[in-house]
Design a protein around this ligand. Sequence first.
Ligand code: ADP
Ligand code: MG
Length: 474
Amino acid sequence: MAAPWRDVVRDAAAVRDAAAVAVDAALLAGVLMRTGEQPLSSDVVNYAPFTLLPSAVPRALFEQAYAVQQDFNLLVDAISQNKEFLEQTLASTIKVDDFTARLFRIYMQVLEEGLAQTVFLGINRSDYMFDCGLDGTAALKQIEINTIAASFGGLTSRTADVHRLVLKVLGKTKEASRLLPNNPAKGLALGIAKAWELYGSQSAVVMFLVEEIQRNIFDQRCVENELWNRNIRVIRRRFRDVFEKGSLDGSRRLYIDNQEVAVVYYREGYVPQTYDQQNWEARLLLERSRAVKCPDIATQLAGTKKVQQELSRPGTLEKLLPGRPEAVARMRATFAGLYSLDEGEEGDKIAATAIADPERFVLKPQREGGGNNLYGEELRQVLQKIKDSPERTSYILMDKIKPQPALNYLLRAHSPLQVSECISELGIFGVYVRQGQEMVLNEAAGHLLRTKAIQHADGGVAAGVAVLDTPYLV
Ligand code: ADP
Ligand code: MG
C-alpha cells in the first residue's frame, strides 16, 4: 500500500512539533477518555490514544466497505428473525459455552411468551482488514460484525479535524483538505431517534445501559448529546439499577424511576463477567419489555462468531436473503476463510491443519471485546489440548488476515514518542430501524479506523492496544 508520509515520518523535529499540536487539538476537540485510575469521575481526563498521522486506505476498498453495509444490515436483521437458523447454528455451541447458552435461554423464553417489542433498532459495526495478497494487491476482508455496544462512533467523529490540523502543521495542506468528514455519532443518534419516535410516547426516555467502569463515557456522550439536541431525554443506568428499580406494567411497558423507557441502548452486556444472577434477571426483564432494545437478544446472538462462521458456508446467505443475489455476492466477496470446529470429520481435519500450521489461522472463542483470540504457538497448544474434547466446539477457526504494515506514531498519554510498524482495521457503522415487517431506515452511518502496532495480534482501543485513526484515501 502507498506510504504517503514517507518524507516526514522520520523527521524527528517535525514529528515532535506535530505531536504536541496533535495532543492539544485532540483535547480541544473532545477526543477524551477518563483515566484508568479514576474511571468514575470526569475530574481527571486524558486524550484517547490516536495516531499522529492518518493511515493510507485504498479508496476502492473503503468504497466497497460502504457499499456492502446496507446488505449486512439486512442480513443481521434477517438472522435475528430466523429462529430455525439461530437454533441450528448455535446448537453445538450452547452445549459447551455457558454464556451463549444463557443468552439463548432468554431468547427462547421471550419468544415463547411472545414479543411485546414491535419496533427494532440495529446499530452494528462491520470491521475489516486489508489482506495483502502475494502480488501485493490488497483485498477487503471482514473480521467480524459487532451487533452490540459497537463503540467509538462518538470519538471518531472528532478525529478527522485533529488529523487535518496535524497535516497542515507538517506542510501538507493539500492532503489535509482531502480528509473526509465523518460523523457516526449523528447517524447512530438518528437511528435511536427514529426508534424513539416510532415507539410513540413523547414522554418516554432513551436509556443508555452502561457499564460499572465508565472510562469511555465521552464516546457515549457524543451520541447522548445528539439526542438531547433533538429534545429526546436520555438517562444512564446500569444493570444493577434495572434490577433494583425496573418494572413492567400490564402491557409490558418498561419503567425505571417512574420514567417510561422507549429505547434501551446497550453499551454493556456482551461479556460474561457483567452478569451475576441479578443482572441476568435484569436482562430478562428488559428483553421481555415492549421497549426497543438495541440490540434485542436475537440480534446479539446474530453477532456471535459461530453465526459468522456458518454464514460463510455455501448456500447459507442465499437461504437467509432469498432473491438478493447481488447483495449475497457483495457480502461473500468480503469473507475470509472460516471453519467449524464442531465434532466430526470436517472439524478433525481443520484442527489438524491448524495444529500443523498455526500461523495461517486465528482461533476464536464466542467472546467480544478484544483480547480473547489465540494465535501462533498458543493457538497450537490450546487446539492440541482440546482437539478430542467437546470444548473444541466453543471455538471457530478463521484464516489470518495479513495486512501490509506502515510506519506511524501511536500517541498515548505518558508514553514515549516512537515510530511503530502499524496495521489498521476499518469499521463501518450500520444503522437500521424496522417496524413490524417494514424496514423504515437502513443506512451506513460513518466509519472508524483503528490502528495498532504489528506486535499486538489482538485487542481494540478500549483494551489499550489499538488507537483511533483517520483514513487517508489513496
Ligand atoms: P472481538 O469480538 O474480541 O473484537 P475480533 O474478531 O474482532 O474479536 O478480533 C479481535 C482483534 O483480533 C481484531 O480487532 C483484529 O485485530 C484481530 N483479528 C481478529 N481476526 C483476525 C484475523 N482473521 N486475522 C488477523 N487478525 C485478526
Ligand atoms: Mg472486534
